[in-house]
Design a protein around this ligand. Structure first.
Ligand code: SF4
Length: 335
């Protein structure tokens, strides 16, 4: 697929033609070249042969219509998943994958069980956004937000993710404001440092999931390399550099990380740094064979303890659990 660089398959066209082709793909949202009325007919016919606009995707929509999940099969047969969330305040958020699988092996995450197949190219990342833009256009809507929280660790595919962000942000293409683009990382410390230096400042979310190194290492092997305190200190630097509060993601798993003393421990950890720099996002876990979600009561208690310590705490709405589109459930299943 050459949606970003038609030059590579059609080398001898004048520059304005490339611009027209790119506009039709990304802004005109064409699914068939016959609609590209300002292109000569022979070029349209040629494009239909060498640059078909079909995205090979199977889309599932949740019963409440608030979430859709797509399984996209790429040119080499690899499959990735992407999710569209329709928020009641009008936001339309694409949750994007950055890798086929993930090498990080977090034990509570379906993607983590797959291992890494390969990195996605910038174009393959953007294809997911394009698919949702096309879907939304059918009802007169547009994407307003993009989050790198799908399959993969985005900071391990840094260059492609940054290239994709440029195009998501580009006013003439997706026009998504930098405040509406988020990257979620399990804590790849050197790349977090680099991210703070980027021209486009995006929101950073750090997957924490445990208030101490012992438990975090059990749940997230990355913690053997990048320990909790240095990673949190780097997140604080990101806040100071960008003025963006860092979201600390904490998935609540029954009898694993949801005890009141663990909530106190988490609050202390944050207070020792700077409680204004962080927002704690409590995410009810979606049950798997190994782990279960915390009870409503345990979540309430946990939230109370952290909030009472003066730390902003939010609780994520459970998007798409019934279509396995929720946090930690993306795993390119073909069924
Ligand atoms: S939680 Fe994120 S970093 Fe961890 S295995 Fe899953 S996709 Fe990878």
């Amino acid at each position: 697929m050459n949606f970003l660089s038609p030059q590579s398959i059609l080398p001898n066209l004048p520059n304005f033609r490339y611009q027209q082709i790119i506009n039709w793909i990304w802004c005109g949202l064409l699914t068939d070249w016959s609609g590209a009325k300002n292109l000569p007919q022979d070029l349209r016919a040629q494009l239909s042969q060498i640059l078909p606009l079909t995205i090979n995707a199977k889309v599932l929509t949740s019963a409440d219509k608030k979430t859709a999940k797509a399984l996209i099969t790429l040119g080499d047969g690899s499959a990735i998943e992407t999710v569209l969330m329709k928020h009641s305040d009008g936001r339309r958020t694409a949750c994007l994958s950055s890798q086929v699988g993930c090498p990080m092996g977090c034990v509570f995450c379906s993607t983590g069980t797959m291992g890494l197949k390969r990195n996605l190219t910038a174009e393959e990342i953007l294809l997911q956004a394009l698919l949702w833009q096309r879907e939304l256009a059918k009802v007169g809507e547009k994407l307003s937000n993009a989050v790198f929280m799908g399959m993969g660790e985005p900071l391990l595919n840094y260059a492609a993710v940054m290239e994709a962000i440029k195009i998501l942000h580009e006013p003439k293409i997706f026009n998504i404001g930098s405040h509406h683009i988020s990257i979620s990382t399990c804590g790849i410390l050197p790349a977090m440092k680099k991210l703070g230096q980027e021209r486009i400042k995006v929101n950073l979310a750090l997957s924490l999931h445990a208030p101490d190194d012992k438990l975090r290492t059990q749940l997230m092997p990355v913690n053997k390399t990048y320990r909790l305190k240095p990673v949190l200190a780097e997140a604080l630097k990101y806040y100071k550099l960008t003025g963006r509060q860092v979201m600390l993601e904490y998935v609540l798993i029954k009898n694993v990380n949801d005890a009141p003393e663990q909530a106190h421990h988490l609050a202390d950890l944050i207070k020792d740094l700077d409680q204004t720099a962080f927002i704690v996002n409590l995410i009810p876990y979606n049950d798997t064979k190994i782990f279960k979600s915390s009870t409503g009561e345990a979540i309430k208690k946990f939230k109370e303890i952290v909030s009472r310590a003066g730390i902003k705490t939010v609780q994520r709405y459970r998007f798409g659990a019934n279509i396995k589109a929720a946090c930690g459930q993306l795993a390119s299943r073909k069924s």
